[in-house]
Design a protein around this ligand. Structure first.
Ligand SMILES: Nc1ncnc2c1ncn2[C@@H]1O[C@H](COP(=O)(O)OP(=O)(O)O)[C@@H](O)[C@H]1O
Ligand SMILES: [Mg+2]
Length: 246
C-alpha cells in the first residue's frame, strides 16, 4: 500500500466569516515524492500549507501528515517537518553561520553536535565559503539556500517550501532545485512546494495539483500530459503559463 505523507479531505478555510480561502480541497501526497501545488496568487496555496504545518486550523475537513492529525498532533508533526515560508526568514545583519546557530538552538540540537551539523547543511547548499559573511551581501538565491539549509538541520521527513524560487533568475532557480533534489535523493525526504510557475511544477514535481479559488482544478503527474490538461482548464488564464505546451 502507498504511504501518504500528506492527506487532506474536504478542507475549507473561511477567514473573517467571509473570505473562503479553501473550498472543499482534497489531496493525497505520496511519501518520498515531490508534490507541487500550482495556482495563481490568492488561490489558497499558503493557507493550505499553514494548515498542514499546524500554524492555523481549518474551518472544516480533516488533514494528516504521516497519519498524524494536524489539529490534534501538532507537536509530533512539527518534529518531523520543516517549513520555509515565502517571506524572508533569516537575519541579514549577522553571518550565515550565525543564522544557522540560532536555528540549531531553536531546534534543540545539542551544542556538541551543532558545528558539525551546521557545516554539513551549509556545504549541502553550497554555502560553506560564505558561512562567515554577513547575509546582507548574499544574492537572493544564496539567501533562499541559507533558509533551506536551516530547514534541513533537523533532517525532516517532509520539507514544505512556499514559493521557493519566487523572484529568482533562472540560473539561481535551477541551483536551488539542484540542491533540494540532491538532499531529497540522499534522505528520501518528501518535498511539498507551492508555486505559480507552471514550468517549475512540470520540471520538478512527480505529482501536481492545480487550484483556483481554493478548489482543485486538475491533478496528475507531468508525464500524464499535465500541462496540456492544465492549459485547457479554466484556471490557466490566471496562471503565468510558460511551458511550450501552453
Ligand atoms: N489571515 C488572513 N485573513 C484574511 N484573509 C486571508 C488571510 N490569509 C489569506 N487570506 C486570503 O485567503 C485567500 C488565499 O490566500 P493565500 O492562501 O495566501 O493564497 P496564495 O498563497 O495562493 O497566494 C486570499 O484571498 C487571501 O487574501
Ligand atoms: Mg502564497
Amino acid at each position: 500500500m502507498v504511504e501518504l505523507a500528506v492527506e487532506a479531505r474536504n478542507i475549507t478555510k473561511v477567514f473573517s466569516g467571509t473570505v473562503r480561502a479553501l473550498d472543499g480541497l482534497s489531496i493525497g501526497v505520496e511519501a518520498g515524492k515531490v508534490f507541487a501545488m500550482l495556482g495563481p496568487n490568492g488561490s489558497g496555496k499558503t493557507t493550505l500549507m499553514r494548515i498542514l504545518t499546524t500554524q492555523i486550523k481549518a474551518t472544516s475537513g480533516m488533514a494528516s501528515v504521516f497519519g498524524l492529525d494536524v489539529s490534534r498532533e501538532g507537536k509530533r508533526i512539527r518534529e518531523t517537518i520543516s517549513y520555509v515560508p515565502q517571506e524572508m526568514s533569516v537575519w541579514t545583519d549577522i553571518t550565515g553561520y550565525e543564522n544557522m546557530l540560532v536555528f540549531s538552538k531553536i531546534y534543540g540540537i545539542p551544542s556538541s553536535q551543532r558545528k558539525g551539523m551546521i557545516d554539513d547543511a551549509l556545504a549541502e547548499m553550497d554555502l560553506a565559503e560564505f558561512a562567515d559573511k554577513l547575509v546582507r551581501i548574499y544574492s537572493g538565491g544564496m539567501i533562499r539556500r541559507l533558509e533551506i539549509a536551516s530547514a534541513l538541520l533537523i533532517k525532516p521527513r517532509l520539507l514544505f517550501l512556499d514559493e521557493p524560487t519566487i523572484g529568482l533568475d533562472p540560473s539561481a532557480r535551477k541551483i536551488v532545485w539542484d540542491k533540494v533534489l540532491a538532499f531529497k535523493k540522499e534522505l528520501g525526504t518528501t518535498v511539498f512546494f507551492n508555486t505559480h510557475y507552471m514550468d517549475e511544477a512540470d520540471a520538478y514535481a512527480d505529482q501536481i495539483t492545480i487550484i483556483s479559488k481554493g478548489k482543485e482544478v486538475a491533478s496528475g503527474g507531468p508525464a500524464s500530459g499535465m500541462p496540456s490538461v492544465a492549459c485547457s482548464s479554466r484556471v490557466i488564464s490566471a496562471i503565468s503559463c510558460s511551458t511550450s505546451a501552453c
